[in-house]
Ligand binder design. Structure first.
Ligand SMILES: C[S@@+](CC[C@H](N)C(=O)[O-])C[C@H]1O[C@@H](n2cnc3c(N)ncnc32)[C@H](O)[C@@H]1O
Length: 199
């Protein structure tokens, strides 16, 4: 499995206007990350889970989870993904995952609680510009990559992530957009998988 956790520090936690997706605390970033994580040409990556940690007004924290293996009726465009997130935010939820519809779930979890849960199933990797070059890191078969929004993680959030992370990894020396990081991670890991299959 591959996992991606995107931290949206401003992302709204109530249903938002689909005609102003960026205005919902830069929900557009989370939608594009979801799309890049899940979709390939005419298909979906079944071995991917996406976790969107929404920390904006009015009821933070909330996490929307999308499972590639189960998700239905999602298409790669930003508005469609936003529609799924919007629906999830209309559901009453507590600390346990509530299913919104096939493959989309929502729960109330802080960054720490979420990482505590995910670290039982995944090797947590923090993506950051000053990490170790991904090309010199041996990525385990069950990685979950933590990525910040347009402003990155706060110092406090970084402290939490670093407690759980097995590595801090950079993709290049350039500060990239979050969704570009998702695409590059897939590229790097796909190449490694193909290499081993061919050999
Ligand atoms: C637009 S960047 C945030 C930039 C913000 N100024 C900061 O200092 O974090 C969004 C996220 O993408 C990831 N990221 C961006 N460039 C990266 C790189 N070259 N290597 C690894 N991760 C990167 C980081 O997780 C970052 O929080």
């Amino acid at each position: 499995m591959r996992g991606f956790l995107i931290v949206g520090n401003k992302a709204f936690t109530k249903p938002f206007n689909l005609n102003d997706i960026p205005g919902a605390g830069r929900m557009d970033i989370l939608c594009r990350c979801t799309s890049q994580a899940l979709f390939i040409s005419h298909g979906i990556r079944k071995d991917v889970e996406v976790y969107l940690l929404l920390l904006g007004p009015p009821e933070p924290p909330k996490v929307v989870m999308v499972r590639g293996e189960e998700v239905k009726r999602m298409s790669p465009d930003e508005r469609n993904v936003a529609g799924h997130i919007r629906k999830a935010l209309g559901i009453e939820c507590g600390g346990d995952w509530a299913e919104v519809h096939s493959g989309v779930y929502v729960a109330r979890k802080s960054l720490e609680l979420l990482l505590d849960e995910l670290s039982n199933r995944y090797s947590i990797i923090y993506l950051k510009e000053d990490g170790t070059d991904i090309q010199s890191v041996n990525i385990p078969s069950d990685p979950l990559f933590v990525i910040g929004d347009h402003q990155g993680l706060t110092e406090e959030q970084e402290g939490v992530v670093e407690e759980y992370a097995i590595a801090k990894v950079k993709l290049s020396d350039i500060s990239l957009m979050a969704e570009q990081c998702v695409t590059i991670v897939h590229y790097e890991l796909d190449r490694r998988t193909c290499f081993f299959e061919i050999r």
